[in-house]
Design a protein around this ligand. Structure first.
Ligand code: KIV
Length: 282
């Protein structure tokens, strides 16, 4: 890395002016420091994540499930992704904002892929995009990086492939499947990805991929040996109850707290306790 660039970045960071860059994430891997990433879909949650100092915020198409109440992510559109990415970008001061390419926004053609990815940077204010797939989208990854659109790849359990996989199942369990995933990881790195999400794979396989690659691996359901971790914010906060996979750790139970608070409000309204004079104008 050029020294001038580094010093400039450092200066901006000290003044709270620079957001996390690809170079920061690569440096973290080189220095053996872990990378944190969380999903956000709106202004208040993005602000909380940013204030807590998380490295990257992913506007994931998981919003289809945890915000829109859909069965899976397949119906999420580019316009919906734009709506949410704009809100997140407005809130974030320090983290890297990454927009998630929804189903059928990149499969149809290279042109569609470039145009839709470009919208995340031009309209959404993101600094990079994430895209699901391995060898079959290597040409897309190369075209995007050549157009200065940084790419985070995503292999293993790719939720947009739910129908091919026959459900959300751990991938890479057989020797052949594991070897294929190691190859896919190398392919996406060679194609130009600056990082790769490893989802739903055995931890030993994630460790091997992490050792093999020079770009950071970000795990979700892939064990502790990845260079970083990502969780869906609604899972971390205990806001989503429909299904709770084994790899999730809940750090709060906000849904329970919210239901309790709303019940109390209802009771106080019905009993004439709220509003009191304290909440009223003289
Ligand atoms: O859509 C999403 O939120 C994701 C992450 C969980 C990796 O793809």
């Amino acid at each position: 890395m050029r020294k001038g660039y580094y010093i400039q970045t450092l200066h901006f960071k000290e003044n709270g002016m620079a957001k996390t860059t690809i170079q920061d994430l690569l440096r973290k891997k080189a220095e053996g420091k872990k990378i944190s990433m969380l999903t956000a879909y709106d202004y208040p949650f993005a602000q909380i994540i940013d204030e807590a100092g998380v490295d990257a915020v992913l506007v994931g198409d998981s919003l289809g499930v945890v915000v829109q109440g859909l069965e899976n992510t397949l119906a999420v559109t580019m316009d919906e992704m734009m709506y949410h990415t704009k809100m997140v970008s407005r809130a974030v001061k320090n983290a890297m904002v990454i927009g998630d390419m929804p189903f059928m926004s990149y499969q149809t053609s290279s042109e569609d892929c470039l145009r839709n990815a470009g919208r995340f940077l031009k309209e959404g204010g993101a600094a990079a995009i994430k895209i699901e797939g391995g060898a079959e989208i290597a040409d897309r990854i190369t075209a995007l990086t050549r157009s200065d659109i940084p790419v985070m790849a995503h292999i293993g359990l790719t939720p947009q492939s739910i129908h091919r996989m026959g459900g959300y199942k751990v991938q890479g369990k057989t020797k052949t499947a594991a070897r294929k995933l190691i190859e896919e990881a190398k392919i996406v790195e060679d194609a130009g990805a600056f990082s790769v999400v490893l989802e739903g794979i055995p931890m030993t396989l994630a460790r091997e991929i992490t050792k093999t690659l020079s770009i950071p691996t970000i795990g979700i359901g892939a064990g502790p040996y990845c260079d970083g971790q990502v969780l869906v914010m609604h899972d971390l906060l205990g806001l989503f109850e429909r299904f709770v996979p084994k790899f999730i750790k809940r750090y709060a139970k906000l849904r329970d707290d919210a239901v309790r608070a709303v019940r109390e409000y209802k009771k106080e309204v019905e009993e004439g306790v709220f509003p009191s004079e304290e909440q009223s104008f003289k």
